[in-house]
Design a protein around this ligand. Structure first.
Ligand code: NAD
Ligand code: UD1
Length: 338
């Protein structure tokens, strides 16, 4: 049994599908602050298996411990948290409360239940401004915004915890840019309001919900002047969690591992791929750079291959086709009309 905090969210829902398909039993624990119950129903439909779903907040230590104990889980995958960079700058305490204190409560509950295997959702944002590319796991760590700092604080907390008690088995997974959706078109990314991230915005332009994409800057020192990122299909990312759990089942330790494709693509690469996959135009206007954006980064993904035997299998075309199927089948997300 795997206990999945934030399992109703974008990455969590895709990971629950792959956990169920791999034969694991699953309990989701989510407060639905940024997700819909419907996502958990669809996960079970895709996998053809049931899972337990508990509505609860990770900051509610007593409820969390009761749910973890009742689940009988042997490991936790911890997705629950807030992730909007702009909001984290405006409301830092909300981010420290959810992401940092929420994780403290989770670790306390795990210790009380004798569950000492954890996979944590970190982010490439912990590398800060690149000193060397691609980012390797031993790159210097820093944060350029409050969201990134909450990830860094939790990473440090996990390393300290493991130093205090070597029985912990901890996988810190540093995600690059997750995009795409399950190939069924039943689950996908469902941002509330105006999307901050590139792919959901592009998809909403293609489907006609928005007029054009704002390209944030075309004067970066990159091949076409637009920002370069390492985009990873969310199903590949989800499979990385299954592999990480297998690894932690066989190895003690606290490891930090990049989950990325190992290649960079520009904003205009993404626009062209999406137009090809959808057969729809994606009009765009070039605007100024977005504050806080980096010009280019991508992962060295070799450690994940060496430790977990994992690497990405889905390219840009599949990322765009699957995003488009999800967007087309669910033009207004899980809630239907918005
Ligand atoms: P998401 O918002 O779709 O999922 C997070 C889930 O956690 C949601 O279902 C939300 O309702 C739940 N949640 C939030 N606070 C909670 C709380 N206090 N108690 C219980 N549940 C709570 O986000 P996602 O894109 O699936 O991201 C999952 C994790 O991966 C997050 O920790 C995020 O920071 C991290 N991450 C995401 C990205 C990305 O680009 N999506 C990149 C790197 C890291
Ligand atoms: C953002 C977050 C980062 C987080 C990551 C998760 C910021 C500053 N950073 O990173 O902390 O870990 O999401 O995936 O918010 N772009 C446009 N137009 C748009 C949206 C994006 O041109 O409407 C460009 C951006 O300038 C960037 C690229 O597309 O070059 C990707 O942007 P985005 O999807 O927001 O991800 P990141 O900036 O990598």
């Amino acid at each position: 049994m795997i206990f999945v905090t934030g399992g109703a969210g974008y990455i969590g829902s895709h990971t629950c599908v792959e956990l169920l398909m791999a034969g694991h039993d699953v309990t989701v624990y989510d407060n639905f602050s940024n997700s819909q119950w419907e996502a958990t129903e669809r996960v079970q439909r895709i996998a053809g298996r049931t899972m337990a779903v508990v509505r609860g907040d990770i900051r509610d230590g007593a409820a969390l411990q009761a749910a973890l104990h009742a689940s009988g889980a042997k490991a936790v995958v911890h997705f629950a948290g807030l992730k909007a960079v702009g909001e984290s700058e405006a409301e830092p305490l909300k981010y420290y409360d959810n992401n940092v204190l929420g994780t403290v409560r989770l670790l306390e509950a795990m210790a009380a239940c004798g569950v000492k295997t954890l996979v944590f959702s970190s982010s490439a944002t912990v590398y800060g401004v690149p000193e060397v590319l691609p980012y390797r796991e031993d790159h210097r760590l820093s944060a350029t915004n409050t969201y990134g700092m909450t990830k860094l604080v939790v990473e440090n907390m996990l390393r300290d915890l493991h130093r205090s008690d070597a029985d912990w088995r901890i996988g810190i997974l540093r995600y690059f840019n997750p995009v795409g959706a399950h190939s069924s078109g039943l689950i996908g990314e469902d941002p509330q309001g105006t999307p901050n991230n590139l792919m959901p915005y592009v998809a909403q332009v293609a489907v006609g919900r928005r007029e054009f994409l704002n390209v944030w800057g075309n004067d970066y020192p990159t091949p076409d002047g637009t920002g370069v990122r390492d985009y990873i299909h969310v199903v590949d990312l989800a499979l990385g969690h299954v592999k990480a759990l297998d690894y932690l089942g066989a190895n003690t330790g606290c490891v930090s591992v990049n989950l990325g494709a190992g290649v960079g693509h520009s904003v205009l690469d993404m626009v062209r791929s999406f137009e090809a996959a959808s057969g729809r135009p994606v009009p765009f206007k070039v605007g100024p750079r977005r504050a806080g954006d980096l010009d280019a980064y991508w992962a060295d993904a070799s450690l994940a291959q060496a430790l977990f035997g994992w690497r990405v299998e889905r390219g840009l075309d599949v990322m765009c086709e699957d995003t488009w199927r999800w967007q087309n089948m669910n033009p207004n997300g899980y809630k239907g009309e918005k």
